[in-house]
Design a protein around this ligand. Sequence first.
Ligand code: XMP
Length: 506
Amino acid sequence: MVAVINFGGQYAHLIARRIRELGVKSELFPPEISIQKITDLSPDAIIFSGSPFSVYDKKAPHINPKIYELQIPILGICYGQQLIAYQLNGSVSSHDSKQFGKENLKIGKSQLFEGLKKTETVWFSHGDQVDKIPLGFTIIASSKNAKVAGIQNPTSKIYGIQFHPEVTHTPSGRKILSNFLFTIANTKKDWDLKKQKDEIINSLSHKIKYHRVIMAISGGVDSLVAAALLKEAIGNNLHLVFIDTGLLRKNEVSEVQSIVKKVGFVNFKISNSSERFLSALKGVTDPEEKRQIIAKHYFAIFEEEAKRIKSVKYLAQGTIYPDRIESAQPTKHADKIKSHHNLTLPKGLELEIVEPLAEFYKDEVRKIGAILGINQQFLLRHPFPGPGLAIRILGEVTKERLSILREVDYVLISELRSAGLYDKVGQAFAALLPVKSVGVMGDARTYSYIVSLRSVDTQDFMTADWSKIPFSVLEKISSRIVNEVRGVNRVLYDITQKPPATIEYE
Ligand code: XMP
């Protein structure tokens, strides 16, 4: 097992995922983790993540320096490297030339870089740098802007790199992590999803087989795969509810009905609650307020449903690992960006929580789904956020705006499918901007909404690049939208990466 210490960097999860992709179990822990706990866990290796802080900040997360005496191999990434240098009596400084983006890295001799070329492209994202390396360390990599881009002390098996091996912008990143895991730390491969699936079903069956479980499915992959696992474990004791918030995509309800039938769920109810959500959202424009209102009503409805199905003991959720860790710990050190509504549980709901997928990342969930026989087209559906179209209509959500956006989204998705691009991009959708612009149609002036199309390429949804959709496809989508959807006369294509933008607009 590899312990990733999460200092609040945006890429901390990505590091853990990359390690699992290499076949090794990895988990995130907060910097406050005690030395006793680390000793009990006895990880084969430890990785320090990045952080939005500078090591000298008053609130900067540090770790107990006794960690360096445990003889467990450590790799510090970005802030992780700076922290190692700082805590072991080197020094770090803030530079005027901040490094964000790709750079050429000159590689020195180190087991960490075995099999790499002398010069590699790597991704930097930081402001501070190590100035003076600690005693016993040597510099193993440098770039134009970072003289100390990599350090090592092979005797104590402590390594640091200033760049990010976990992002796809560092093509040899996987090799670097693999060298650290298998050459330096002697880690064994132990993460196998087929085995994990059997274990989950056995343990669910053992724990809750004779009790009723209620679960809300969202139409997304996570909740469906979680429900399918539960079905294997407890059969007809599983009760599914699908809440139609009125904030869904076109045809969503019928698509969910069809997959529910295919998987063979028995107890399934659709709660039609569009009016309730729309009236609660009337006049609301603040993104966080929208999210809170939707969450509140969602759970109230859910609670009503739970009461209707008598003697329910458990509430199952499609929570996945990043959701769980994000809500549990990080946030002391990471900026809160958006409150995902999936986890805000209502107080007083006397149900025990079951989260069959709590240990897994999204791509792992898809693989488990495939092992369970869920069809690929469903598993490859793009994610759809719990608050639905409400966070893709900037400003107030109205019936008119919803129906415009639904049609625009439908055109976009259909055209991406027919161009064979839907499965190639990570997530595509349209957003409605609450401003109008002037246009001309026939000979008449129009004054209509602007929509923005967003399509991103991403593996993990934590970082993303905008998809390079061919102009001919964009042209077709745009002309279909302005011709077919009343109320829109201008189409934009969003070319912003995440970070700095998020994928959704609110
Ligand atoms: P952002 O916008 O944070 O989104 O870059 C990352 C991924 O998360 C999805 N998302 C949500 N999913 N409930 C969800 O279930 C939410 O409240 C929520 N907000 C964002 C988003 O669609 C993207 O895939």
